[in-house]
Design a protein around this ligand. Structure first.
Ligand SMILES: Cc1ncc(COP(=O)(O)O)c(C=O)c1O
Length: 333
């Protein structure tokens, strides 16, 4: 039955780890999967994680299903970490977040979400980028392209070429960007360069997809999320995938999230009566509720575990520049 299925040669990153573990030489160096080791050469268990785990154990709560979008407290806490506790977008209910299976799950759900509602859009990733970006986006059916990024001559950024390429993209092209600690190069945009890029992202009506896997490993938790908050302040609608694998040293728990920032708030529109009962109101009702994300979660993952799992906040996806046109039918539970 499965004879035509080719043998899998193995994941290049994990295979390298296996080769490292099988190597008995004393002076070997592990350059495979990125894990943070402390000065004692151990993977730390953070005090906060230890405390949290003890609390969960003491509560002895049942391991029941979570809502399709994940655990509400987790998603709310995540939003504050990513967008800042004083974020106007959060205050205005303009961010929908779903819990995901690590950063990878967030990327895949985000890719599927975009493919579903922007079927004609391709995605542009940096050259080079984290290998899995290509696989995850291509796996969701998106055409993956690159924009110039790393300059091996200067060990710096090809910022001019990068900007030029992005400035020539068709509206609603997806641009994957890392806000800090760029994997694999370690070279990040300066704040001035981000400002230039944001002007282009907005004027070309592109869809920024920000992938943050190393928040806190650069200049600090808030500092590393600066570009995300700048995009919010600049009034863009965009997607953010984030991972807590590295900064909470929670690799195997697969904790992450996918957030969609929109420009308008569905409940506000309804309360204020804007569009209520009109074609606009009906459209907004469909578009802005989170079923889009929930539905994608259902399709992509079925359900979460309590510790990691699929994408939201019950929050309302609403009409942003891009997401307003994603006509999304109400998902059945
Ligand atoms: C740039 C980047 N994005 C996403 C991820 C995925 O994170 P996770 O391990 O939580 O799936 C990684 C992991 O190495 C990464 O380097």
């Amino acid at each position: 039955m499965f004879a035509q299925v080719p043998a899998y040669p193995g994941d290049p990153i994990l295979s390298l780890l296996e080769a490292f573990q099988a190597d008995s030489r004393a002076k070997r160096a592990n350059l495979s999967i990125g894990l943070y080791y402390d000065d004692d050469n151990s993977i730390p268990v953070l005090a906060s994680v230890r405390e949290g785990a003890a609390l969960v154990a003491a509560q002895g709560a049942a391991h029941t299903y979570l809502p399709m979008e994940g655990m509400a407290q987790y998603r709310q806490a995540l939003q504050k970490v990513i967008f800042g506790k004083d974020s106007a977008a959060l205050r205005e209910g303009r961010v929908a977040t779903i819990q995901s299976v690590g950063g990878s799950g967030a990327l895949r759900i985000g890719a599927e979400f975009l493919k579903t509602y922007f079927p004609g859009s391709g995605v542009w990733v940096s050259d080079p980028t984290w290998d899995n970006h290509q696989v995850l986006f291509a796996g969701a059916g998106l055409d993956v392209h690159t924009y110039p990024y790393y300059d091996a001559q200067t060990n710096g950024l090809k910022f001019g070429e990068m900007l030029e390429t992005i400035d020539a993209l068709a509206p609603r092209s997806i641009v994957l960007l890392q806000p800090c600690c760029h994997n694999p190069t370690g070279i990040d945009l300066s704040r001035a360069q981000w400002h230039e890029l944001i002007v282009v992202l907005r004027s070309r009506e592109l869809i920024p997809f920000i992938d943050m896997a190393y928040q806190g490993f650069g200049d600090g938790m808030d500092e590393d999320a600066w570009a995300i908050r700048e995009l919010v302040d600049a009034g863009l609608s965009f997607a953010v995938s984030n991972s807590f694998s590295k900064n909470f040293s929670l690799y195997g728990e697969r904790c992450g999230g996918l957030s969609i920032v929109t420009l308008d708030c569905y409940p506000e529109r309804r309360r204020s009566g804007a569009g209520a009962g009109s074609a606009e109101g009906d459209r907004t009702t469909h578009v802005l509720q989170p079923p889009s994300a929930r539905r994608q979660t259902r399709v992509g993952h079925s359900q979460h575990t309590a510790f990691g799992g699929p994408v939201g906040d019950g929050s309302r996806l609403h009409a942003g520049t891009h997401f307003a046109d994603a006509r999304i039918p109400q998902a059945s539970a």
